[in-house]
Design a protein around this ligand. Structure first.
Ligand code: 0TT
Ligand code: SF4
Length: 341
């Protein structure tokens, strides 16, 4: 998997008021990418393509250099107290991805240059909770690692959090381009997680992301650089042969991951879920997908603001939870299971 390289760049004029914005623009000028100015970031109408689908695909290789206006952070249960906004959008094409609905008609990638302001806001959130620890999730609205070889904003966030006493950073990725993050001064305050899954799920639903092996090799490097390491198994899908599929995942994980990477390990388990809106969008964008989204087969779970979602029925969810937890206990007896949701 080659590192992401945008096909088209937009920049908001205000972004050039920040040194990071100017540096990024210079960098892309040297890379010979087409660059356009935009007054508002709401530019999906100007993204090339003859139809919605083409525009969607092109948007996923379009990068907007912008300024984060609201410095009020979203909450991010269960993985953290707050979402840290560094970027939105992703170059990957995972069929099940919730960004397809949460980003609405703005599927392009947008990176923020006013990092100092964002970090100041984070410091305030930390201060308000002292001496409680405050965790920030940087992977709510993007796969930041997949973008960071270009922007280095995640690296700056890692180093910023490393300087705090009560702040913690975490993020999850499906990309292996981690080399520039290995020498970051993280001070053990960042948990670096990789998203892994059964071969069936990776092969059928995760185009445009790094392979399983690439992710595990990157996890080894990250552990060697003394980052606390974690795995997110998400979405857990009850595909045909899932018990064997997930068993094989753990066999390969335990067999490939160096032993120093196996201490201080965490797991987070997230079952597959979808909303009615998500289903409609996915069927349009990935019409040949094998992803099963039959409302009749699921349980409806009421959510905030009336945004309910479909999860597995109780017996199936329990079977998933118990099976995966038993594998973790067997292959990684010292690991901590943070939650199943
Ligand atoms: O399939 C998506 C589901 O996965 C969501 O319900 C969130 C969940 N999730 C994603 C999770 O449980 N743990 C994680 O670490 C995530 C990768 C990050 C995350 C995202 C989270 O923990 N909590 C969240 O609320 N989000 C999302 O961020 C949901 C919302 O769109 C946004 C802002 O709150
Ligand atoms: Fe979505 Fe993550 Fe896949 Fe990117 S890598 S498309 S953020 S699920």
């Amino acid at each position: 998997m080659e590192p992401f390289s945008p096909q088209l760049i937009y920049y908001e004029p205000r972004a050039l008021e920040y040194e990071i914005g100017r540096e990024l623009l210079e960098k892309f000028k040297k890379m010979n990418v087409e660059i356009r100015e935009t007054t508002s970031h709401n530019q999906v109408r100007n993204i090339p393509g003859n139809n919605e689908l083409q525009q969607y695909r092109n948007a996923k290789s379009t990068l907007v250099i912008g300024v984060r206006k609201t410095l009020k952070f979203d909450t991010s249960k269960p993985s953290a107290e707050y979402a840290l906004p560094l970027a939105t959008g992703c170059m990957g094409h995972c069929h099940y991805c919730y960004l397809q609905t949460t980003l609405g008609n703005k599927p392009y990638i947008r990176t923020y240059v006013n990092l100092e302001e964002i970090f100041d806001a984070a410091d305030q959130y930390i201060k308000d909770r002292e001496p409680e620890i405050t965790r920030f999730e940087a992977a709510c609205t993007s796969d930041v690692v997949g973008l960071d070889h270009l922007t280095h904003s995640l690296k700056k966030a890692i180093e910023h959090m490393g300087q705090t006493e009560f702040g913690r950073l975490r993020f999850v990725t499906k990309y292996h381009h981690v080399d520039h993050l290995l020498d970051a001064n993280h001070n053990g305050k960042t948990r670096f997680r990789f998203s892994v899954n059964s071969d069936f799920v990776i092969k059928n639903f995760e185009p445009g992301t790094s392979s399983f092996l690439e992710r595990i090799e990157a996890a080894g490097k990250v552990a060697k650089a003394d980052y606390p390491l974690g795995f997110i198994i998400a979405p857990l899908i009850l595909h045909e042969g899932w018990k064997e599929g997930y068993l094989e995942l753990f066999e390969r994980l335990a067999g490939t991951l160096p032993s120093y990477a196996q201490k201080n390990l965490t797991f987070e388990l997230i079952q597959h879920r979808f909303t009615k809106t998500a289903k409609r969008i996915i069927e349009k964008r990935y019409p040949k997908s094998k992803l099963e989204m039959d409302e009749e087969e699921r349980k409806y779970k009421w959510g905030r603001y009336g945004r309910g979602k479909y999860v597995y029925k109780d017996e199936e969810a329990s079977a998933l939870k118990e099976t995966i937890e038993s594998y973790i206990e067997r292959f990684f007896p010292q690991a901590k299971i943070e939650y199943f949701t």
